[in-house]
Design a protein around this ligand. Structure first.
Ligand SMILES: [Zn+2]
Length: 437
């Protein structure tokens, strides 16, 4: 098939031009102008006025299966990903059982092979049961197909255990993704530590509870010469530390979420402490949000990751203090990120690089690029269509979004995984009945 005359954006090759993309047997065959004239027998899709770019790579997704199928499954989570233009997801290990053995890794991979409609790359737990005490079966999990290690949901508290994890991980060429939180400083906290929360009698989670662990991780990374990836950076003090680390040549990378780029504690306040705004790390202040956006621009932040955390209604529709943390983010990530970029004067290519080639590089997977010979994971996107977020229409089981009712710009029209159409929007320009596999 040929995607005809779309604006092709491939950050990896600094491509931004109108041309055709030909796909054969799951791979990108060639790109260039006028391919339809050379290959008149190929099925073609007119993409004029639309963008064509590599399928997004989400380095931080919670698919919830096995164990929490009432929140999400590999099927529903990967359908949500496809609808959001995300063709590769790295799924976190905090399932039940925890993905800390090769058997669980194999289960996830086999299930994803059978039922998943985008590519699933499992992340193995760093420690058994995410307890931070003993290392998990790192070597066996690597053989079974994990692409990274993380105890996400929890920090690795014990610095010696983190050191061992980093040393082992580097031997297996696996990045370690650390959820940075000092649990003593954040204990009992439910939202960012600030005046409003205090007034309402809520215990705060100060920025320093994140940054103090970011600092520790950077120093360990420097000492060992081993890569550390910092999950969901939320505040200015962390960004400043990571900027310093990168200036020193320390092998640190990091990610930020669309919600930390889009919202602040003021939004939480205005919502009347709506549990849909409850997330860990918490929404911070305007100066933090500004620092995150600047860090994207400067390259201090490498990736935009959804931290997709779907929950059942019961876990969220309770008092703020006891509500579960997290946002169902796969289906809103791209338009939110582009919107932030647009307002801050960041180019679509820069935003896309943080959601394609950069996360693929951190994970060490051959994805997130659009050039001949690469896997045909592609997205066709209408940058002009506006739509209103309606969680009832999410493919994800998780309806927990603080963006309900928001008007967003830009809509996924078609998603291809290995050359196969897995998602087609209801309002597509080709007159084909919509579907999501
Ligand atoms: Zn986390």
């Amino acid at each position: 098939m040929i995607l005809k005359e779309g604006r092709v954006l491939d950050p990896a090759s600094a491509t931004d031009e109108v041309m055709d993309v030909q796909i054969t047997e799951g791979k990108i065959e060639r790109t260039g102008p006028g391919l339809c004239d050379h290959f008149p027998d190929e099925e073609s899709f007119d993409c004029s006025g639309l963008w064509v770019f590599p399928g997004l790579v989400d380095i931080h997704t919670h698919l919830r299966e096995p164990g929490y199928e009432y929140k999400e499954t590999i099927l529903t989570g990967t359908r949500a990903a496809a609808a959001g233009g995300i063709t590769s997801v790295a799924c976190m290990a905090n399932t039940l059982p925890v993905n800390d053995t090769a058997a669980v890794t194999r289960f996830i991979r086999e299930k994803a092979e059978k039922e998943g409609i985008v590519e699933v790359f499992p992340v193995g737990a760093a420690t058994q049961g995410l307890k931070g005490e003993q290392l998990a079966e790192i070597g066996f999990m690597k053989e079974a197909g994990i692409v990274a290690l993380s105890d996400d949901g929890f920090p690795i508290r014990d610095a010696e255990i983190l050191r061992l994890t980093l040393e082992y991980a580097s031997r297996f060429n696996l990045p370690v993704i650390d959820h940075c939180e000092d649990l003593d400083l954040s204990r009992g906290g439910v939202a960012n530590e600030c005046a409003t929360g205090t007034r309402l009698g809520m215990k705060g989670i100060p920025c320093v509870s994140e940054s103090v662990v970011v600092a520790r991780d950077i120093l360990l990374s420097q000492w060992l010469g081993v890569h550390v990836h910092i999950a969901h950076v939320s505040c200015r003090s962390s960004v400043n530390l990571i900027r310093w680390a990168k200036e020193q040549g320390i092998p640190v990378t990091c990610e930020v979420t669309p919600h930390h780029l889009s919202l602040t504690v003021e939004d939480l306040d205005a919502s009347g402490y709506d549990p849909r705004f409850k997330v860990n790390p918490p929404l911070r202040e305007a100066e933090d949000r500004e620092a995150l956006i600047l860090a994207l621009k400067e390259g201090v932040i490498d990736c935009i990751a959804t931290d997709h955390a779907p929950h059942d209604a019961q876990s969220k529709m309770v008092e703020f203090q006891i509500a579960a943390n997290g946002i169902s983010g796969l289906e809103t990530a791209l338009p939110l990120a582009l919107q932030v970029g647009n307002k801050a004067g960041l180019s679509p290519s820069l935003i896309l690089s943080k959601m394609t080639v950069e996360p693929a590089r951190v994970l060490g997977i051959e994805r997130g690029r659009l050039s001949p010979g690469k896997v045909a994971n592609l997205v066709v996107f209408d940058p002009h269509e506006t739509w209103t977020v309606d969680s009832k229409r999410f493919f994800s089981k998780g309806k927990n979004t603080p963006f309900e009712g928001w008007t967003l710009n830009g809509r996924i029209k078609m998603t291809l995984v290995k050359g196969e159409m897995v998602f087609l929007d209801e309002n597509n320009p080709w007159g084909i009945p919509p579907f999501c596999l």
